[in-house]
Write a protein that binds this ligand. Sequence first.
Ligand code: IMP
Length: 434
Amino acid sequence: MNCDRRKPGRGEVTVLVGAQWGDEGKGKVIDILTEDVQYVVRYQGGNNAGHTVVIGDDSYVLHLIPSGILHEGKICVIGHGVVIDPKALIDEIELLKSKGISFDGRLKISGKAHVIFPYHCKLDELREVKKKGRIGTTKKGIGPCYADKVSRAGIRIADLFDREYLKKRLELNIDEKNAILRNLYKTPGFSAGEIFQEYVKYADRLKEHVCDTTLLLNEALRNGSSILFEGAQGTFLDVDYGTYPFVTSSNATAGGACTGAGIGPSRIDRVLGVVKAYTTRVGEGPFPTEFGETLMEKIRTKGGEFGSTTGRARRCGWFDSVLVRNSVDINGIDSVIITKLDVLDELETIKICTAYRYKGALYQSIPGNPGFLEDCEPVYEEHPGWKKDTSEITLHRELPQNARKYLARVKELIGTDIILVSVGKSRKQTLVYE
Ligand code: IMP
């Protein structure tokens, strides 16, 4: 039986994911990998994401538009697994245009992507402010929009072009949301008419970009083009695999590329994971290797660990190999890129978490029982630091010996290859792992 996966002439598919809690530095890596592909695709999340790309003296933060837009000629696709706030998207397009980025038919949006409305943002915000057990969301309406999608009350981009249908759906939805807003949260509701008028204008602005992106991508592959799928957030924010309920509402893992963009699993040629040399997370939720106050402040400042979407201070901690090893399994990661190694440059000693101790037993994985990650005790090994600036180093063999040992130990513990190491924000601060 001949069942070769990749037919001759077909383009290559790479899926890139965050292997921790997001903010691993994916923007820079995507920017480097984009050189070798023709298409860059977002498949989940929304404008809760913030991918920072530094080109020369300019820094761009992309929330919804794939980072490929910064490369002339690359086609950028927002797949149907993404939730789109049209106003945020239009603002992002305008901002990029004002910085001289040309679109030229390069942005494609799936008509099947769900739309974020003001009531989604309001409900997200109210749940965060008024409910006990807050998640620490970005308040961009992500959770409520995905909830409507799954409960089959959502409105999709293509629906914006059918005025009668849109009006009816909006009235139905807003009736229900207003009842919740007024009765439960004692807050004024929304006017379906006003939202209709506003969103019809957005539809006109976005129309030129909307198409059947699943067909587009599969045709592109057949014609020999290569595709990079850029995951947003990270593995442990995935709604299924993450530290539930402190997660986002989409599948940030590699499988999300199939369901969120319409590419079959057999088309994926490689999965790459982006891994920070330490760990961070934003918002609430368990974090076993979180630093104490002094180290937190030091690493947060050195690493610029502030959210690119909300500006919130990120929580920082030691590298957790249990998390990343699990991430390698969940995503089927073939190789990883280690980022922000330079942030550890000044430390005397550096710890790596190798297991969790919970009720006397050792764990190498994360069982789903509530309270496990909150109550477990990380088991650490301690490594000597290198106390040397690595940010100008361009060759792996020129890294201080202790930095090379640290990377080798990380590689051994996570059980997968390291291909690149990043030691700063710019493209040239990247070295090939030998
Ligand atoms: P939401 O995605 O806004 O609903 O937020 C849910 C959780 O995911 C919160 O803990 C957020 O801080 C986190 N989150 C969402 N997007 C990102 C991201 O791009 N980077 C890091 N954390 C994120």
